[in-house]
Design a protein around this ligand. Structure first.
Ligand code: ZN
Length: 491
């Protein structure tokens, strides 16, 4: 049943949806450009990580053996994405008076911590740019050998116009080289380049530059684009299946990756290019200068003036999945609060479904509902449609609970299994505590409340107060009623 639906992916290169056919099934190689670790992760990081987590999860669900590589950029990403200016990480290190690698480690840790909270699966390999300097130098040497890069004063640049005579620079972004040239002014400090379109493969390190490595061209550091070519080639081969990243990376980063691969190996780096769209905040682009730059830490604690309250990571995840990954997504408190309510309805229906009792006949068509869910997710990961179908299931579960509809035991099992498959395994939405641990917590709480009750009966108020205070520190609130005591998480 599920097998009849074929996965289609929108390929940014062909600008159309294509049926997904891996190069070497059942193996799938996927490379996603990860963060430059110099600042606290924000909603944009979450959207990219969650988009490709969804792709990863669905491919695994289809039975593919996926090698998912997501890099960490810890060197070579210069300010304004140009070939001049300070390295973003080195700049932060200079301001904070610590080592660049301390900056990179600190923010990589923060990134991992928040992605765990968002229930993003860990990639199969997470290579660091600084750990692959030799591989980057080797590809730069290869491109020089092919005659498509040149050295000037210890820096190496990719020769874009010469490359464009042989291949097509701009085939991913649709940019036209003549227009690019007409719109580019020669910037100061870039006069080493033969053309303003040329980009750095290797940069000579100025005396004050801390992150530096020996190379055939003297001491320096790699350009930003070359790290992804080096690491994807090393772990996935010269051509792999899926390359992903945020839309802001499409040009120049990914265009340059194609040029580097074509120059070094005469092959495209991948078969399918996927790009997730950006996030806006109340209709405006997110930016530090607009004072609407909200980090994930601020979302989780509510500590930003633009936020009405703290939002649970699962609310953020659900909010992101409610939009198709290729659409822009506008943040507002109202939208997040609607997502919070919607998610709670989904979880409630899942719990209610567990309590339903099978009947002799089915009055609902679960198989065709399931088919509609699969068609949605297989249609270029159309999560808004899938989520609408899941809300249709919420409606069905409620009717079943009210006895207005009925399902046989086979259909009921299918409904429960598919709810779990789409909500938990594919969309990656989970509640804080699994049912099993929730039962244990409930049992322990009853035990503690019984001990407290006994203490009070024995007028041992010291013990009963200690219990209340200790629980309060664990954010557990005790509510005493006339004949009973209950508890809840104090959120
Ligand atoms: Zn990249």
């Amino acid at each position: 049943m599920t097998n009849s639906v074929k996965l289609q992916i929108y390929n940014s290169l062909s600008r159309k949806k294509e049926i997904f056919e891996p190069i070497n099934p059942p193996f799938v190689g996927m490379y996603v450009c990860g963060p430059t670790v110099y600042g606290d992760p924000h909603l944009g990081h979450a959207r990219s990580a969650i988009t490709f987590d969804l792709v990863f999860r669905y491919l695994l669900e289809l039975g593919y053996k996926v090698r998912y590589v997501r890099n960490i950029t810890d060197v070579g990403h210069l300010e304004n994405d140009s070939d001049s200016g300070e390295d973003k990480i080195a700049k932060k290190a200079r301001i904070e008076q610590i080592e660049p690698m301390e900056v990179a480690q600190y923010y990589a840790n923060r990134y991992h911590e928040f992605l765990d909270k968002l229930n993003v699966k860990k990639p199969s390999i997470e290579p660091h740019a600084s750990g692959h300097i030799m591989e980057q130098i080797a590809i730069v040497e290869q491109i020089i050998k092919e005659g498509l890069a040149y050295e000037v004063n210890g820096s190496v640049y990719f020769d874009v116009p010469k490359y464009h005579q042989q291949k097509h620079y701009g085939k991913l972004s649709g940019r036209v080289i003549e227009d690019l040239l007409a719109n580019t002014r020669d910037l100061e400090g870039q006069d080493e380049k033969r053309s303003p379109l040329d980009f750095a493969l290797w940069k000579k390190a100025a005396p004050e530059h801390i992150m530096r490595w020996k190379s055939p061209w003297g001491e320096g550091f790699p350009g930003w684009h070359i790290e992804c070519t080096a690491m994807s080639t090393k772990y996935l081969g010269e051509t792999f299946d899926i390359h992903g990243g945020g839309m802001d990376l499409l040009f120049p980063h990914h265009e340059c990756e194609i040029a580097q691969s074509q120059a070094a190996s005469h092959k495209d780096p991948c078969k399918y290019w996927m790009h997730n769209n950006m996030i806006t905040i109340n209709g405006q682009k997110m930016g530090k200068s607009l004072n609407n730059f909200i980090t994930l830490a601020e979302f989780f604690t509510g500590s930003h003036p633009a936020l009405d309250k703290a939002y649970h990571p699962m609310t953020i995840r659900f909010f992101i999945l409610q939009a198709h990954y290729r659409s822009t997504l506008d943040f507002s408190n109202e939208a997040l609060q609607a997502a919070e309510k919607g998610l709670s309805r989904l979880f409630k229906a899942m719990h209610l479904a567990e309590k339903l009792i099978a009947k002799d006949k089915s009055t609902l068509d679960i198989a065709s509902w399931q088919q509609r869910c699969e068609t949605a997710i297989a249609d270029d990961f159309n999560t808004p449609i899938l989520i609408a179908e899941l809300f249709d299931a919420v409606r069905m579960v409620n009717l079943l609970a009210e006895g207005k509809e009925s399902l046989t035991s086979n259909d009921l099992s299918m409904l429960k299994e598919q709810l779990n498959r789409y909500i938990v395994r594919i969309l990656g939405l989970t509640e804080d505590i699994s049912d099993e641990s929730a039962a244990v917590v409930e049992g322990l709480m009853q035990l503690i409340l019984d001990i407290r009750k006994k203490a009070k009966e024995n007028k041992d108020y010291a013990t009963s107060d200690t219990i209340r205070e200790s629980l309060s520190k664990l954010k557990i609130k005790i509510k005493d009623a006339k004949d009973s005591t209950s508890w809840e998480f104090d959120v």
